[in-house]
Write a protein that binds this ligand. Structure first.
Ligand SMILES: Nc1ncnc2c1ncn2[C@@H]1O[C@H](COP(=O)(O)OP(=O)(O)OP(=O)(O)O)[C@@H](O)[C@H]1O
Ligand SMILES: [Mg+2]
Length: 189
């Protein structure tokens, strides 16, 4: 049996305000996991999930909770079956994240931390601009709450660290937990 077939699944749960860097980091971590030889890797991203699995839901607290409940169900199935599952969701409510933690195998909360002023400057989707102009309502960080994680396994401050440094932090945590093989030796010369 290949060692990969015996590998434990886990759920890396990226939470943070819009434009904090969840999608960027989960994609970069996926690349790194595959580089390390993991074959079973699945990303679940808010933007994609909301177009399909949860397209009936909006952004009220009730709907946000239901969004996370469904995603956590899928992540639990994957992570229990050896898949490295990467979830990138604003997931602003602590209780919803706690319930996800209960369900998922090897749940690892990654707080993608970024001051709202920096996120507003980044604004890759132009949504802060719209929220600040009052054109969209219930926008996290502007007129909707974000409850910071109290005991996340990992915190990455994306206004202070580069994307590579954030990925490095996440990978070394996974290494310490024995969930990924160590970094291959750099080929020198
Ligand atoms: N250290 C960093 N980590 C992640 N992203 C960074 C970092 N530094 C700068 N950025 C930039 O910040 C932006 C983050 O956007 P991204 O779409 O990943 O955010 P998001 O958290 O997924 O937002 P949303 O909740 O709206 O989906 C990107 O343009 C990215 O290049
Ligand atoms: Mg995103």
């Amino acid at each position: 049996m290949r060692s990969e077939d015996r590998r434990e699944g886990f759920t890396l749960w990226f939470t943070g305000i819009p434009a904090s860097g969840k999608t960027t980091l989960s994609m970069a971590v996926e690349r790194e996991l595959r580089r390390r030889g993991l074959r079973f890797v699945q990303r679940l991203d808010g933007d994609i999930v909301r177009q399909d699995l949860t397209r009936d839901l909006g952004f009220s607290k009730e709907d946000r909770d239901e969004n996370i409940r469904r995603v956590a169900f899928v992540a639990s199935l994957l992570s229990k079956n050896g898949v490295a599952t990467l979830c990138a969701f604003v997931s602003p409510y602590r209780e919803a994240r706690r319930l996800a933690r209960e369900k998922c195998h090897n749940f690892i909360e990654v707080y993608v931390k970024c001051p709202v002023e920096v996120a507003i400057k980044r604004d890759p989707k132009g949504l802060y601009k719209k929220a600040l102009a009052g054109q969209i309502k219930n926008f996290t960080g502007i007129d909707d709450p974000y409850e910071e994680p109290e005991n996340p396994e990992i915190v990455v401050e994306t206004d202070k660290l580069s994307i590579e440094e954030c990925v490095e932090r996440i990978m070394s945590y996974l290494e310490q937990r024995g969930l990924v093989p160590p970094k291959p030796e750099e080929v020198s010369g």
